[in-house]
Design a protein around this ligand. Structure first.
Ligand code: ADP
Ligand code: MG
Length: 238
């Protein structure tokens, strides 16, 4: 494997799942990319990737008794290998989050880039493990000071486990917002790098309703361009 990225944020709803699939599709132009829904408590990547009816999911790999093979939970979609997670609360409670380490190791042996769609809050083992397992984090933020403050805590946590910062994706930027000032502040704190400023876009919402990643639903949308720019700036290790 070349590199594993955790797509993280302080709070929910910033666009981590949207970003994970968009960055994944952009990187898939050059790499074998595997995307994992590691948000095992509030999994929803399956809805974004048309995998609502997936039979075997990450939950089956994390629950001891289920005895599923990792390959059974990998779905080839949109040029990506996608490992969705189920939405059952019972499965989440039965899951041993520590098993994610083995799942990631097995997937890593067979891919170039791993993207871990990560939970929002810190605090529990299932919430922090994706960040701990990754080489670098991509922090998805709204272009506001509170969001930046949340992201800094995630970064602090990541750094304490030896995970570096790849940079920040500012998401849902409205036309009247000037992200320069906040980007400058983020630049000072987030490894010097703003990866992209992704506009608020109807196409993003429509893509989710269609169960398709943005880059499959509306590849020419300005938000898709911004995600491609972010992927290029990641400068994946060779
Ligand atoms: P998270 O995984 O961080 O909780 P999601 O990727 O699920 O966030 O996004 C939350 C909601 O916001 C979704 O309904 C998604 O369609 C919408 N959304 C995300 N990014 C944008 C954007 N750039 N423009 C418009 N809607 C967006
Ligand atoms: Mg999500």
């Amino acid at each position: 494997m070349v590199e594993a990225f955790a797509v993280a944020s302080g709070k929910g709803g910033t666009g981590k799942t949207t970003s994970t699939l968009a960055l994944g599709m952009a990187l898939a132009e050059d790499y074998d990319v595997t995307v994992i829904d590691a948000d095992t408590g509030m999994a929803n990547l399956l809805f974004h990737a048309g995998l609502d009816d997936a039979d075997v999911t990450l939950h089956d790999l994390l629950v001891d008794e289920r005895d599923a093979a990792v390959s059974d939970a990998v779905y080839e979609r949109f040029g990506l290998s996608v490992v969705p997670c189920g939405t059952s609360l019972a499965a989440f409670e039965a899951a041993d989050p520590g098993r994610l380490r083995d799942v990631v190791a097995e997937l890593a042996a067979d891919t170039d880039v791993l993207l871990l769609d990560s939970p929002a809050a810190l605090g529990s083992k299932s919430a922090v493990l994706p960040v701990v397992l990754a080489d670098r984090i991509v922090v998805v933020l709204q272009p506001t000071v509170p969001s930046l403050s949340d992201g800094l805590k995630v970064q602090e946590y990541a750094h304490s486990y030896g995970t570096d910062t790849a940079g920040v994706v500012f998401n849902r930027v409205r036309p009247d917002e000037n992200v320069d000032r906040i980007a400058e502040q983020a630049g000072r704190y987030f490894g010097g790098q703003t990866l992209a400023s992704v506009p608020e876009s109807d196409a993003v919402r429509a893509a989710r309703r269609e169960g398709k990643p943005l880059l499959a639903h509306a590849p020419d949308d300005p938000a898709a361009d911004a995600f491609r720019e972010a992927a290029a700036r990641l400068d994946v290790r060779d």
